[in-house]
Design a protein around this ligand. Structure first.
Ligand code: UD1
Length: 347
């Protein structure tokens, strides 16, 4: 199979390219190799053809689709961003880029798409109230966060809630610019599928970590921020009380999920979302300790600081990806974090 991997020079994309080349597939990489992302020259697998172009360039994108059977769309601007000055860049890279790609695929008759989506489309994860059952808490109030009340209360009775794994049928509730652009990407891809009879598997990644993760920037995930701090000899600074749950999934498992998705005969004419997590959620405090211990210190600091827009708990049910793709995460949290303490970071 010939696969076009957009963003194939990036963190997740480069692992997908390695896995595809290793499996004997033909790979075209389309990547803008932006200096802001790649401070050093990225190494793209020698077995892949690299086209340095922006995914918003309709002519280059259409040319890159030559002979392609399926597209794996990873090119995106990620992270929480800095402020609303980031809005045009997120919308351009993520939504205009996806629109350009989808229209070129429609013209070229390419009908298979695997889309990198994110758990950020849900906002908060799943919650159960002992009295009211499954509920959806609203955004947390600054006054509560300032007072160290980090748990979101039940929106019906105000009692404490139990986090539960989020499933793909949960309503979408994007809470930051990046999340809003990921929801829009899914919607654009769904419309493309309905119109062309194509198929889309939208892989909603949870917190991906592993080798080649970009170093500490305002756009980096927490695992990279902690690892970069340790490298500087500084303690990881854990926000809130460290009790917030996340589903840390190793990039090799995410790459395997992409290969399974590319090989799957997905239902035509629709977008099927699939959570890609580890099945073993941990608190951010646990993660900081595991990483610091594997690195050899210093011990993490719990700061009680918080970031506006952060959700409290989110962990995946990856059962649907298991049933449909045969996805089974293989890298255990303890092994993954021990490796990540030494893995090379990028940039
Ligand atoms: C992250 C990504 C998001 C991606 C998603 C799934 C970022 C900023 N967010 O979402 O783009 O789609 O995973 O892969 O890349 N924290 C600290 N100390 C710090 C930084 C963060 O304790 O120095 C805490 C945060 O308060 C939060 C948790 O770590 O509770 C996770 O943060 P982070 O990895 O930034 O973002 P997510 O919202 O989980």
């Amino acid at each position: 199979m010939r696969v076009l991997v957009t963003g194939g020079a990036g963190f997740i994309g480069s692992h997908i390219v390695d896995a595809l080349v290793g499996a004997g597939d033909e790979v075209t990489v389309l990547d803008a190799v932006l200096p802001a992302v790649h401070r050093t020259k990225p190494e793209v697998n020698d077995g892949a053809e690299l086209i340095v172009a922006d995914v918003t360039d309709p002519v280059r994108v259409e040319a890159a689709l030559d002979g392609v059977d399926a597209v794996c769309h990873q090119a995106a601007m990620v992270g929480l961003g800095v402020n609303l000055d980031d809005l045009p860049a997120y919308a351009t890279n993520n939504d205009l880029g996806t629109a350009v790609l989808l229209s070129a695929m429609a013209r070229r008759g390419v009908r298979r798409l695997v889309l990198a989506s994110s758990m950020v489309v849900y906002g908060e994860g799943g919650y159960r109230c002992p009295a009211d059952g499954l509920v959806r808490p609203g955004p947390r109030r600054p006054a509560d966060l300032d007072a160290g009340r980090f748990e979101a209360p039940c929106p019906c009775c105000g009692n404490p809630l139990q986090p539960t794994p989020v499933t793909e049928d949960a309503p979408l509730n994007p809470r930051n610019v990046y999340a809003a652009t990921k929801v829009a990407q899914e919607h654009l891809a769904a419309v493309w599928a309905i119109t062309t009879g194509g198929s889309v598997l939208a892989l909603r990644y949870h917190n991906v970590y592993g080798p080649r993760m970009p170093r500490d920037t305002p756009y980096a995930g927490v695992a990279s921020i902690f690892r970069s701090a340790l490298e500087r000899g500084e303690a990881p600074r854990v926000f809130e009380d460290g009790g917030q749950l996340r589903d840390f999934v190793h990039v090799h498992d995410v790459a395997r999920a992409n290969l399974q998705a590319l090989r799957h005969t997905a239902p035509p004419g629709r977008l099927l979302p699939l959570n890609i997590g580890s099945g073993d959620p941990h608190t951010v405090g646990d993660m900081a300790h595991a990483l610091a211990q594997a690195f050899g210190g210093p011990v993490p600091v719990i700061t009680s600081a918080y970031r506006a827009g952060d959700v409290r708990h989110i962990a995946a049910s990856s059962a649907r990806a298991g049933n449909i793709l045969g996805y089974r995460p293989q890298i255990a949290f303890s092994d993954g974090m021990a490796g990540f303490a030494r893995d090379p970071l990028r940039g």
